[in-house]
Ligand binder design. Structure first.
Ligand code: FDA
Length: 498
């Protein structure tokens, strides 16, 4: 349903009164399209039929964010917030349904300040993780932070969904290392951890972006890495035993020493084993010989570098790319993509892996990325944060397809069919998914009497959050009972007495 709108004109007038006009881009402004597109990461949401915002506001101060929320509340216009714009369904800047809304784009709020003696940092949501990593490690090769892989991801959305990456087996998710936050509520109040209380602080660390309010800044605990780390990329084709080795990896990957993460990318008729080891080549060779001899890794596979260089290497596939490239915000919009996700709790048999590889010979085939859990991840209780996929999870599966222009039919058909095929082999009742790999295909909210229903939200919500979904909905009811911050997959308020 289209929300009842008080007055878009009064909303824009309110913004102009409270926020410097050069920070407010309306649809009639000549810079509007440029600002809107600046961090769109999926060409799927850059079409003539995409439902665009009424305006984009680019605050340079917390007070502008507060003012935007107050204008939106009083004039009945919803806001969506964008940090890095990487949402797989574009929910930070477009609506899947007809709707009039504004966007608060945090691109100007992107400071990172490191406290070397405390080994902590404050990072603004508008920073990219590339900027975060670079600022942490450029002058101290032994400091790092555990989060995702693509340097242009925004801190705001990424941390809001948990943030998995190559060091989670040692240090957990990004949100396992968040100490404090600055947050603007649906009433326009600016709160820190003490002010918001532990329930809301729990919810914003993984309960998904766009539901509770706007996180401006995060205080994080930095982690220690050795001055040099070791990486390898080993490809195994079917002829080289890819089926056996992937089958074996399912048991080995999640139980290796926490210092070693080996993820797998299956594409075509081969599997790429990509490793980050927080230690030396010789000790990696010894560990691999002992625990995963099937991969036949040798010292010739070792690539030794600083942790920051390893981030650049894994992002750009080129050891010569300078670490400064991690600061670039430019991405290509030429390729379309769509993702889905699963979690695997019981290793899939060799026979099924043979069948899985045959899917990658089909028309429209994409790739899958397997991210091992276990280690530290398995020691965190399910309800410690909203991210429930902890003990018992072997690995996350991300399915991705890519296409150019209008030619998405074969790719999307393959994705849907392959996802159905995988159903019996992955987590069930409900089937689980990762909120940061957002997928509107698993369910969308139902709005009744201008409030998102709990039962409608449960359909997708229990897939992302399992038993944590109900607590998230209770927090939502406490902090945003009228459901101001709403999108197609925002947490619904659980009204007492239901
Ligand atoms: P964006 O700005 O689009 O926001 C995403 C959602 O969060 C939206 O609903 C938005 O409204 C909300 N939001 C944004 N800022 C907010 C704020 N300050 N306060 C409250 N809500 C806010 N994930 C992962 O865990 N590990 C990985 O390695 C990768 N790798 C990866 C690569 C690539 C190429 C892409 C496109 C994506 C990933 N991801 C990932 C997924 C990524 O974590 C996810 O898309 C994040 O939500 C992106 O955060 P952005 O701020 O960029 O998105």
């Amino acid at each position: 349903s289209v929300p009842c709108l008080a007055s878009p004109d009064d909303f824009l007038q309110c913004l102009r009164e409270k926020i410097p006009s050069e920070l407010v881009y309306t649809q009639s402004s000549s810079s509007f399209a440029g600002v809107l597109v600046s961090s769109i990461r999926s060409a799927r949401f850059l079409t003539n039929t995409t439902v665009r915002p009424l305006c984009v506001v680019t605050p340079t101060d917390a007070s502008h964010v507060q003012a935007a929320v107050l204008c939106g509340r009083t004039q009945g216009v919803r806001l969506r917030v964008r940090s890095g714009g990487h949402d797989y369904e574009g929910l930070s800047y477009r609506s899947a349904r007809p709707e009039v809304f504004g966007v608060v784009d945090l691109t100007n709020l992107r400071a990172v300040s490191v406290n070397q003696s405390e080994t902590t940092a404050w990072v603004d949501s508008g920073a990219t993780i590339g900027e975060l990593y670079y600022t942490i490690a450029k002058d101290n090769s032994q400091l790092a932070f555990p989060a995702g892989l693509c340097p242009t991801i925004g801190v705001g959305g990424h941390f809001s969904g948990g943030a998995i990456g190559m060091m989670m087996r040692k240090y957990g998710l990004a949100v396992d290392n968040v100490l404090d936050a600055k947050f603007v509520t649906a009433n326009g109040d600016l709160l820190d951890r003490a002010g918001m209380g532990e329930d809301l602080f729990w919810a914003i660390r993984g309960g998904g972006g766009g539901s509770f309010g706007i996180v401006l800044s995060w205080k994080v605990q930095l982690v220690q890495v050795p001055p040099m780390v070791t990486m390898f990329n080993i490809v195994k084709t079917l002829d080289q035993g890819a089926v056996d080795i992937v089958t074996r990896w399912q048991d080995v990957g999640p139980s290796l020493p926490n210092d070693l993460t080996i993820r797998v990318i299956v594409q075509g008729q081969q599997a790429l084993f990509q490793a980050l080891y927080l230690g030396t080549c010789s000790s990696l060779v010894a560990t691999m010989g002992d625990q995963f001899p099937e991969l036949a890794m040798t010292s010739a596979d070792c690539q030794s570098m600083t942790w920051l260089q390893s981030i650049a290497f894994i992002s750009f596939w080129n050891r010569d790319t300078p670490v400064e490239a991690l600061l670039s915000r430019t991405t290509s919009l030429s390729t379309y993509s769509k993702s889905k996700s699963d979690y695997v709790q019981n290793a899939i048999s060799k026979g099924v892996w043979k069948d899985i590889f045959s899917w990658f010979t089909m028309n429209g085939a994409g790739l899958v990325i397997l991210e091992p859990h276990g280690g530290f991840m398995g020691s965190v209780p399910t309800d410690a944060t909203p991210y429930p996929h902890r003990s018992g999870v072997l690995y996350n599966v991300q399915y991705m397809v890519f296409w150019q222009g209008d030619g998405g039919t074969a790719a999307n058909t393959w994705l849907g069919n392959f996802y159905d095929f995988m159903g019996p082999y992955v987590s069930k009742n409900p089937r689980q998914a990762y909120v940061n790999y957002r997928d509107l295909g698993i369910g969308q909210n139902v709005v009744v009497d201008d409030v998102t229903t709990f039962d409608g939200g449960k359909v997708w919500g229990e897939q992302y959050f399992a038993s944590n979904f109900q607590r998230l909905a209770s927090v939502k009811a406490a902090v945003d009972p009228t459901d101001y911050f709403r999108n197609e997959q925002s947490i619904p308020p659980l009204v007492q007495g239901l």
